[in-house]
Design a protein around this ligand. Structure first.
Ligand code: SAH
Ligand code: TMP
Ligand code: ZN
Length: 411
């Protein structure tokens, strides 16, 4: 039986998706025969309530100088991070010379606002290609993996931090103990760790199993995060539900006893009890809904294929890698996937090898149906696709249920 990465108890996986490639591993044909696969399975630890992957590829296989995810590609997310930089983080600044550290700072989408305001900062980002974009914006970036040792170096060079921020990154640390020890020593006595990640409650409510892939090692809840940080003398002092990335949670963590705890924490924990996040049966039911979702999607796409309809994927997301490989959907059912990220264009999707093409190819010849893999950016995308709708194009969605959106869905 696998061992929980947080509390070392044993747990059983509740679902196995079979062999999966690296979710962001878009590749060229000459790389097809050396593509790396691992077994994707997810389980729930009944002792500490942490939902987690059984196996994860090495970090160097996921994050390197050809990393395909650029945070600034979504205008909506760029605005979200601007609000975090200007409105959320300053609440916790203890002096008028605050110091901020960001873990997983990517292309500088958040820290560029610290540059503009003259706030002392350090971003940590091991993927050299995205880090370079941040450095070009003047963002102080260390191109390394954050861990306890690097935290010590940052502390001796810059002093302790008012805020350590991290978005969509904490959930991937197999070396979590080192990361949290590092953060605990890096934070001032009144400092806070603020982090945001996709929320387990949303995954269960929406059956958004496409959140499950190599980079997402943990599926956090308030209960499991609180238990996790308490092992390092810290506690969750505030939480806030966020609409981003299909449903996320922001956790504010402080040294235990240093700051008062908001009533939002207990309120969210009560909701988690109601949702059954600690009950094994919840995960059994989730597995059944995932299997149903797969059957529904394959049936729908096979029907369109038989009817001679053109179906194109919209957004070559890391999430789509799980859908495509688990449902065994290849270029016979999806002609290509359109994506605005230059590094993905001209490559092929991990595992199923569907061509990834530019957005221009999507608009040059609209398909009958677009399968919205980037469903977490639905609002931003629908707002700019009026011409596709006018041309009679329809959206296929798979979250929260597989279906085709009504024509009058977007006005
Ligand atoms: N914060 C951004 C990027 C999230 S993607 C956003 O929310 O859009 C996760 C990022 O974490 C990637 O850029 C990856 O290279 C980086 N990363 C992975 N391991 C890391 C580590 N040990 N320390 C710092 N960053 C890390
Ligand atoms: P994400 O879901 O992990 O944020 O990835 C979104 C992907 O979708 C990313 O590769 C960029 C792409 N995308 C588009 O192609 N068009 C768009 O309008 C948006 C918002 C994203
Ligand atoms: Zn555990």
């Amino acid at each position: 039986m696998p061992t929980c990465r947080i509390c070392q108890s044993q747990f059983e996986p509740f679902i196995s998706f079979g062999k999966m490639p690296i979710a962001n591993g878009f590749l060229a044909p000459e790389q097809f025969d050396r593509e790396y696969f691992f077994e994707l399975a997810v389980g729930f630890c009944p002792t500490c309530a942490m939902v987690q992957l059984v196996d994860q590829p090495n970090k160097e296989q996921m994050f390197h100088e050809h990393y395909a995810f650029y945070s600034s590609m979504s205008r909506h997310m760029a605005e979200h991070f601007k609000r975090v930089a200007l409105n959320i983080m300053p609440r916790y600044f203890a002096s008028n010379d605050p110091f901020v550290v960001e873990i997983g700072s990517n292309d500088g989408v958040l820290l560029e606002h610290c540059v503009q305001r003259g706030v002392r900062h350090v971003g940590v980002e091991p993927a050299a290609n995205v880090a370079k974009v941040a450095q070009e914006k003047g963002v102080e970036t260390i191109v390394e993996f954050f861990d306890e040792e690097l935290a010590g170096r940052i502390r001796s060079e810059h002093g302790q931090a008012d805020v350590v921020f991290s978005a969509n990154t904490m959930l991937q640390f197999s070396y979590m103990r080192s990361v949290l020890s590092g953060i605990a020593s890096l934070l001032k006595p009144s400092g806070v760790l603020i982090f945001e990640d996709p929320y387990l409650g949303d995954i269960i409510e929406k059956t958004s199993y496409d959140q499950m892939y190599d980079e997402h090692l943990f599926y956090f809840s308030v209960a499991s995060v609180d238990a996790m940080v308490r092992r390092h003398g810290m506690a969750v002092i505030d939480v806030e539900s966020l609409p981003v990335h299909g449903g996320s949670m922001r956790y504010v963590v402080a040294h235990e006893g240093a700051l008062s705890v908001s009533s939002a924490v207990a309120a969210q924990r009560a909701k988690e009890e109601q949702l059954g996040l600690r009950d094994l049966t919840t995960y059994e039911h989730l597995r059944k809904r995932i299997e149903q979702s797969r059957n529904d999607l394959v049936t729908l796409l096979s029907r369109f294929h038989d009817e001679g309809k053109r179906v194109v994927g919209y957004g070559a997301t890391s999430k789509s890698t799980t859908i495509l490989n688990y449902c065994n959907i290849g270029p016979d059912l999806i002609e290509f996937i359109s994506d605005i990220t230059p590094i993905k264009q001209g490559k092929f999707s991990p595992g199923m090898h569907i061509p990834v093409r530019s957005y221009e190819e999507f608009i040059a010849h609209y398909p009958d149906y677009a399968l919205l893999f980037a469903w977490n950016h639905a609002r931003e995308i629908m707002a700019k696709e009026n011409n596709f709708h006018r041309a009679g194009g329809r959206w296929i969605v798979h979250v929260p249920k597989v279906g085709v959106l009504a024509h009058d869905f977007v006005r």
